[in-house]
Design a protein around this ligand. Structure first.
Ligand code: HEM
Ligand SMILES: *[C@@H]1O[C@H](CO)[C@@H](O)[C@H](O)[C@H]1NC(C)=O
Length: 332
């Protein structure tokens, strides 16, 4: 009896200690929240929106660029602005898997204004997340609140980007890569539909158009009426930097048209086309086209927002982790 009582007392002490520890740990870990800057920098969100709308007005291509930047940031070491660091040939941003990623100037400009308004407060990682959100809204996509409180990473290394999803990946590989980041098959479909806006370089089309298999044929999943069009834009051995829209027919508006293109063989890049190869991802694509959708059945816009919030919280650093950079291209 006595021993048993002592054990309970001991347990109570341990429980109390673990509560104290988890509170402390919880504090230092923190969590993303809506309006993280509402007291510390009340104009943070409006400063970012203003810069983004100005930059998108100047050049509409900046909208897709900013959306893609957020994905590439979050995928490697979590959403911590590691992709922004410009520290030489081994910088993460120079990785093969980040080819074509741009938008750094927009983030720099927003950061410069934020440092004037509230020095040392707003992280570069949050600027990237807010800018992606603002970019989506500017092309008639869904409007949503973005959670903030991310802190900036202190590591940049291109080998850490070796596992970026690639256009050449099989659907199994794409699914596995997303699962490894806590993203489901549904997130894979819905987030790939970000290709509803923006362009790809012919560089990413070569295999699909001219060397799909050993005998040098094109991907048979390309609709026969699309193939000559793609081959005319991206001729064999042509300029790999020529760009073409990824959502044929609706490249400037954020909508589910890209998913319809995937169903009919009009997907432009191979990874989008592959979403229709797999029974599970295919049924997710189809779910947005049931009769009476979205009155009955899922709403693409709602699902996209939920997946963006999920993507935006991958391995985030919060609380006292990382740092708040003064300049987004360099560690403090
Ligand atoms: C499933 C894996 C994915 C693959 C293999 C992939 C691949 C690509 C490729 C090859 C390009 C063309 C890049 C260029 O030539 O500049 C591209 C562009 C783009 N990607 Fe993805 N992507 C994927 C997922 C995503 C996700 C999750 C998002 C955002 C939520 C996204 C957003 C974009 C956007 C907006 C563009 C257009 C960029 C521009 O116009 O400059 N992608 N993607
Ligand atoms: C896709 O694979 C081909 C070879 O099959 C390669 O030349 C090309 O660089 C790959 N593209 C990407 C983006 O990985």
């Amino acid at each position: 009896m006595y021993n048993c009582g002592k054990l309970n007392y001991y347990h109570i002490i341990m429980l109390a200690l673990s509560i104290v520890f988890s509170c402390f740990f919880g504090f230092s870990q923190g969590q993303l929240m809506f309006g993280f800057y509402s007291n510390s920098c009340p104009n943070a969100e409006s400063i970012v929106s203003q810069v983004v709308s100005e930059k998108v007005r100047e050049n509409p291509a900046n909208a897709p660029v900013l959306l893609r930047l957020h994905f590439h940031d979050c995928y490697v070491q979590g959403c911590d602005a590691s992709i922004l660091i410009d520290n030489g040939p081994n910088a993460e941003r120079s990785a093969f898997g980040h080819q074509g990623v741009r938008g750094f100037d927009v983030i720099d400009q927003a950061k410069a204004q934020l440092e004037e308004a509230c020095p040392g407060v707003v992280s570069c990682a949050d600027i990237v997340a807010m800018a992606a959100r603002d970019a989506v809204a500017l092309v008639n996509g869904p409007r949503y609140q973005v959670q903030t409180g991310r802190r900036d990473g202190t590591v940049s290394d291109k080998s850490l980007a070796d596992d970026m999803p690639d256009v050449n990946d099989s659907i199994q590989t794409l699914k596995a890569k997303f699962v490894s980041k806590g993203l489901s098959d549904k997130d894979l479909v819905v987030l790939s539909a970000a290709h509803t806006i923006g362009t790809t370089a012919c560089f990413f089309m070569e295999k699909r158009l001219y060397s799909f298999s050993l005998n040098g044929v094109s991907d048979p999943s390309i609709n026969p009426s699309l193939l000559p069009e793609l081959q005319a834009t991206c001729p064999r051995n042509g300029d790999v930097n020529v760009r073409l829209p990824m959502d044929r027919g609706s490249p400037q508006t954020f909508d589910k048209h890209i998913l319809q293109n995937i169903r009919t063989g009009f997907a432009v890049i191979a990874s989008d086309a592959k979403l229709y190869d797999d029974v599970i991802t295919r049924s997710i694509v189809d779910s947005y086209f049931g009769p009476l959708n979205p009155v009955l059945g899922p709403s693409f816009e709602t699902d996209f927002v939920n997946s963006m919030i999920k993507m935006g919280s991958i391995d985030v650093k919060t609380g006292t982790e990382g740092q708040i950079r003064r300049v987004c291209r360099a560690f403090n």
